[in-house]
Design a protein. Structure first.
Length: 129
C-alpha cells in the first residue's frame, strides 16, 4: 500500500517540475528574441499548462479551481520579479495579467476534460446517458 504522503507528493511533482522549467526559461538572459506574438503565446502555453497541473495537484480540494488560479497568478508575479534581477530581462505587469488569463484558460480546459472523463467513466459503468 502506498502511503498517503507519497500519493500527495506524486500529485505535486508535475506542477513543481513545470515551475522549475518556467524558472529556468526566465533565468536565460541571452535568448534570441522570438517576436512579440510568439513570446505572448509562450506565456499562454506556460501558464495554462501550469494551472492545469496545479488543478491536478489540488483535485481533492473543494476549491481546486480558485486555488490553482491563485497559485499560478502568484507564481507569475514571482516570475516577473525574478526577471527584474536577470540581466537583459524586464518585468512587465502586463505579462502577469496575461499569465493569469492563461491560467483561467488552462483551468477551463482542465474542468471540461474532468467533466467529460467522469461522464465517460459513468457511461462505461452503465450509467445514464
Amino acid at each position: 500500500m502506498i502511503p498517503p504522503w507519497l500519493r500527495l507528493l506524486a500529485r505535486w511533482i508535475p506542477a513543481l517540475l513545470w515551475m522549475a522549467v518556467i524558472y529556468y526559461w526566465s533565468s536565460q538572459s541571452s535568448t534570441p528574441s522570438p517576436g512579440w506574438l510568439v513570446s505572448k503565446l509562450a506565456h499562454v502555453g506556460e501558464y495554462s499548462v501550469l494551472a492545469a497541473l496545479l488543478a491536478f495537484a489540488l483535485a481533492r480540494s473543494r476549491r481546486w479551481m480558485l486555488l490553482a488560479w491563485l497559485l499560478a497568478t502568484l507564481y507569475a508575479g514571482s516570475d516577473e520579479l525574478h526577471q527584474a534581477f536577470t540581466p537583459q530581462r524586464h518585468p512587465m505587469l502586463s505579462d502577469v495579467a496575461l499569465d493569469s488569463a492563461a491560467a483561467i484558460l488552462g483551468l477551463q480546459v482542465s474542468r471540461t476534460l474532468r467533466f467529460r472523463w467522469s461522464w465517460a467513466s459513468s457511461l462505461a459503468r452503465g450509467g445514464r446517458r
